[in-house]
Design a protein around this ligand. Structure first.
Ligand SMILES: C[S@@+](CC[C@H](N)C(=O)[O-])C[C@H]1O[C@@H](n2cnc3c(N)ncnc32)[C@H](O)[C@@H]1O
Length: 510
């Protein structure tokens, strides 16, 4: 299991990124559109494809949601999925899809499973990748002609196959997918503003929704509108793209041993996440299938888990729509926003130095229970450094940028106390934001059981997720506050002791 740290982070996409602005899904600039449209229309003017527009009547797709898939906790289609997969070459399994306590549906051991055992063996013929054959060949050709990148291509592929209902080879798989995956993509702007006000995840969710909307608009304007027979708006619309991106965010796998190729892997994507499990999905060259190796033993009836990667609770909520129980995620982190003070005499020079290294006047850094990155301290040093340290601004900004290769821990003893105090102040400002939020919203929702969200109304469910997230993020801030206060106390005690010694020596020589 080589390079576990890298692989774990990338097992189930999307990956953790320290800097939200580095997140790239999109869109305009990624597309290459061939210059000549006359050639294109010559090639495609005859093509037609019959796509079922399903949910009849006047109900628009936007109001009705997508007309395919099933309820998130439904086992209705699970047995036909399992049957179809076996017919298509999935070997006999030691697990079956069942209702579970964590994750609603999941894979449960049917027999004793040993630690270190390889499971699954899903063959490549059952993966959905950017190279999969389209049931509507012409639609696939159009997208390839436009060099549409993998993510939007896969999102369109999924809708195209779903729209064909039973005539798609993936119909058994698609019928077993959730009709509305849990995802922040389904939260409205006012829900994000209201419930995630205190957390930086709100901004990440807004950016992600904008990316998905931008990607859909791009595809519609540049491609779908030119081929309405292949991409009718009744099927290829914002609602269906929200669904397909929701599916990709929560189920797409990056396979390190296949050069990082991304794929939907039916059956393997029925495994739920556990923060304490270290094993992940990958392609196994010897058995030529997707497998994972158990890192613990399972008895019949126990749910089997994998890891979706080293993700914070916020990132798990963003992509997968759940928040692990408090204190169970050793990889949990919270983003701390640090900013230059506008009143700083060297504001302009500092900003210039930051910009040179791809940073800005306001920057988020991840705090973990175990500490924080060297980049955060470098940024704090820059923020508090006086004009006399002008010649060090560039090196501080470079160290604050995670793009630098050297990970030296920058130290400026003369301003260390100020830098720590600056981080502590920011930390405490964040804590009071969380406490205010939790004080207002949390009352009465803390002890609700969210294992069966269908029983709760949507508002209460979202609120509980937000409260769980904010509680876990505030816990990390409290821990950082404690460490910072202790360090400051040590520095101040050390200074006091040094002053006393100096004073004693002075008196002695006098
Ligand atoms: C790859 S799918 C796993 C199969 C999924 N449970 C299903 O029935 O289709 C990922 C989704 O499973 C659910 N899930 C996975 N791990 C979970 C966990 N630890 N707690 C709660 N839900 C989880 C979330 O809804 C997530 O979006």
């Amino acid at each position: 299991m080589a390079e576990a740290s890298i692989i774990l982070q990338t097992s189930l996409i999307p990956t953790f990124s320290q800097n939200p602005s580095q997140y790239t899904l999109k869109t305009h600039s990624n597309f290459y559109f061939p210059p000549s449209s006359s050639k294109r229309s010559g090639l495609f003017h005859r093509i037609r494809c019959s796509v079922s527009t399903a949910s009849s009547g006047t109900e628009s797709a936007t109001q009705a949601g997508v007309p395919w898939g099933c309820d998130i906790d439904s086992l209705e289609n699970a047995s036909s999925l399992q049957e179809w997969l076996s017919e298509c070459g999935l070997p006999a399994q030691k697990m079956a899809i069942q209702k579970v306590d964590v994750g609603e549906r999941g894979l449960v051991a049917l027999k004793n499973i040993r630690k270190g055992e390889k499971l699954l063996f899903v063959p490549p013929t059952l993966f959905i990748t950017a190279d999969s054959e389209w049931s509507c060949r012409e639609a696939g050709e159009v997208l390839k002609q436009y060099n549409v990148p993998d993510w939007p291509l896969l999102a369109t592929y999924l809708i195209s196959e779903a729209g064909l209902t039973n005539s798609s080879r993936w119909s058994n798989y698609i019928s077993a997918l959730p009709r509305q995956p849990y995802s922040l993509l389904y939260w409205t702007r006012s829900e994000l503003d209201r419930y995630l006000e205190a957390s930086q995840i709100r901004q990440r969710a807004i950016e992600r929704i904008n990316d998905v909307t931008g990607t859909y608009n791009d595809l519609r304007d540049r491609i779908f509108s030119k081929y309405p027979d292949l991409f009718p708006e009744k099927v290829f619309n914002m609602e269906s793209f929200k669904w397909s991106f929701g599916i990709l965010f929560s189920r797409l796998v990056r396979l390190p041993s296949m050069d990082g190729r991304v794929a939907l892997v039916p059956w393997a994507d029925m495994l739920n996440h556990n923060c304490e499990v270290e094993t992940f999905l990958d392609y196994d060259k010897s058995s030529q299938g997707v497998v994972f190796t158990t890192d613990r033993a399972y008895q019949p009836g126990e749910q089997v888990f994998i890891s979706y990667g080293k993700k914070s609770n916020g990132e798990l909520l963003l992509s997968y729509g759940f928040v692990p129980r408090e204190g169970t995620n050793p990889r949990d982190s919270v983003e701390l926003p640090l900013s230059l003070k506008k009143s700083d005499k060297c504001y302009k020079e500092k900003l210039e130095a930051l910009k040179k290294h791809g940073l800005s006047a306001s920057q988020c850094f991840p705090l973990q229970v175990t500490g924080w990155p060297v980049e955060l301290m470098a940024y704090a040093y820059l923020a508090v450094s006086p004009p006399s340290m002008k010649n060090r601004f560039d090196e501080m900004a470079a160290a604050a940028s995670n793009k630098t290769t050297s990970k030296k821990d920058p130290r400026y003893p003369e301003i260390e106390e100020d830098a720590l105090q600056f981080v502590l102040d920011t930390c405490e400002a964040s804590i009071s934001k969380y406490s205010k939020y939790l004080g207002v919203f949390a009352s009465g929702t803390m002890d609700l059981d969210v294992t069966n969200p269908k029983l709760l109304n949507r508002k209460v469910f979202l609120k509980q997720l937000a409260v769980d997230l904010c509680t876990s993020e505030r816990r990390i801030l409290f821990r950082a506050q404690y460490i910072l206060r202790r360090r400051l106390r040590d520095i101040r005690n050390g200074e006091l002791r040094a002053l006393r010694i100096f004073d004693g020596l002075r008196k002695f020589f006098n």
